[in-house]
Ligand binder design. Structure first.
Ligand code: PLP
Length: 451
């Protein structure tokens, strides 16, 4: 007998139109405005699709996170993770709140400098720093987080000829009980590599060891691993003090806090399952305070939180292009927002809702983007009201990574607008035009039709 294929059980909520204790069931949720600016007005003015960023939400979210940490620990410094969203306007909102810059490439480093971030408020991470990058960072007194031995040797070489002593930290990876274990960045804790790096730095006398860093993963669904990471880093700080009589000034726990998005296949929505800033702060600060570090010399706590600080502030507004009935009977709604603009729909079940009052009736629907590519799916399966061509939709909680990991493919990228604290809208990135793309192209003479 042939073994039957396992099929995952699925529970589907049945939408019935009967009245409850409070009368008729409410309509499918719609989002008709963002920060009191009507969605339809923004689409009319700036086109469809269009990305929208709420300055108010960024500031509110940042302040909540900051409060969770500063109420528990005396010295806290956030550094905005540029790769999560490096639109200059977004970075400036974070910098105006007191956030430093955390960068992972020469390009991002230069962006931070252009944003007037003082060199000594920039944390330089990542495995790819060129010699020129290092020379610049040393000159600007930035914090260089060493990722591997080859970088350490290059930096020692740079130190030979530079006037200033480079300020460095090492990135440490470790087993925090979360798998897969991110082992490819930094020096391993358990196998002694981290200690080898610390010893070489201290014995070289050419580098100023000011910090210790780890970034254990992203979208961490539990706070406890941060406690493990903080204890292991604190052990290294205690060890360096004991062995060399040297005080490390800061401990950097990286990023990775989960945003409230729902992962594909998750049983409950992210809003119900993700730890709060208080949960993360409790795990981290308790571990540092309870460690062997002398309380007089508690290190400054650096945080490089990315996604959790910006996801909620970003939305993308779009328009229904068509509806179809697929061969298997399922309804497909095609919208003008594709995977090329919403990279994160690979792993999130994004919240997509109509921008106008919708019908009571919903149907299991697949939401497709406009690309000529079979995998252009924004939602595989969603109970969705019947929208018609020209109706608008809002996809919320998309502020993290989409505006940096997007790709130029088939269509051009749309405008990005910011709603300021007074509810005024500003274009912070223009839409691409054909020339944005073709201006970079060159035609070899033998293929050119022009004289
Ligand atoms: C990406 C990254 C961050 C931000 O991560 P999130 O998961 O977005 O919070 C912080 N630090 C480093 C080194 C990173 O590479």
């Amino acid at each position: 007998m042939q073994k039957l294929k396992y099929e995952r059980p699925v529970i589907n909520k049945i939408q019935v139109g009967t009245a409850g204790k409070f009368g008729m069931k409410s309509r499918f949720k719609s989002i008709e405005s963002i920060d009191n600016v009507p969605v339809k007005e923004m689409i009319e003015k700036y086109g469809s699709p269009v990305y929208v960023i709420s300055e108010q939400t960024i500031r509110k979210t940042y302040r909540q996170a900051k409060q969770a940490f500063t109420t528990r620990y005396p010295k806290v410094q956030f550094a905005w993770s540029y790769k999560t969203n490096y639109l200059n306007a977004v970075c400036q909102v974070f910098h105006s709140e007191g956030s430093w810059a955390e960068v992972v490439s020469g390009f991002e480093y230069d962006k931070a400098i252009d944003n007037d971030v003082p060199g000594n408020n920039i944390i330089f991470n990542g495995p790819d720093k060129s010699k020129e990058d290092l020379i610049k960072a040393v000159k600007n007194e930035s914090y260089i987080h060493i990722d591997h031995f080859d970088e350490l040797y290059m930096l020692l070489e740079v130190a030979e000829t530079s006037e200033k002593k480079p300020k460095v930290a090492i990135r440490v990876n470790m087993d925090t009980g979360v798998y897969p274990h991110w082992a490819r960045f930094g020096f391993n804790y358990e196998n002694g590599e981290a200690w080898n790096a610390l010893n070489r730095i201290m014995l070289s006398k050419k580098l100023d060891l000011v910090g210790i860093h780890s970034h254990i993963g992203t979208y961490m669904m539990s706070a406890a691993p941060y406690g493990v990471a903080a204890s292991k880093l604190a052990d290294l700080i205690v060890g360096v003090d004991k062995k060399f009589g040297h005080k490390i000034e800061y401990i950097d726990l990286g990023g990775g806090f989960a945003s409230k998005n729902t992962l594909k296949g998750a049983y409950l929505p992210g809003t119900d399952t993700c730890p709060s800033y208080d949960d993360y702060a409790e795990a981290i600060t308790n571990a540092i305070i309870n460690s062997g570090i002398d309380h007089e010399n508690l290190p400054t706590l650096f945080l490089e939180t990315g996604r959790a600080l910006i996801d909620d502030a970003g939305s993308i507004l779009g328009t229904v292009l068509a509806n179809k009935r697929l061969a298997n009977g399922k309804r497909s709604t095609i919208i003008d927002i594709g995977l090329n603009m919403l990279f994160t729909s690979f792993w999130y079940e994004h919240d997509i809702v109509p921008a106008q009052t919708a019908s009571f009736q919903t149907e299991e629907t697949i939401i497709n983007g406009p690309l000529c590519m079979n995998i252009d799916i924004i939602r595989e399966n969603i109970n969705f009201p019947l929208l018609k061509k020209g109706d608008n939709v809002v996809i919320s909680r998309i502020g993290a990574y989409n505006m940096t990991q997007w790709m130029q493919f088939i269509t051009l990228r749309p405008k990005i607008i910011l709603i300021d604290m007074e509810g005024k809208t500003h274009i912070i990135r223009e839409n691409e035009t054909k020339n944005t793309i073709t201006d970079l192209e060159r035609m070899p003479k033998h293929l050119s039709k022009k004289e």
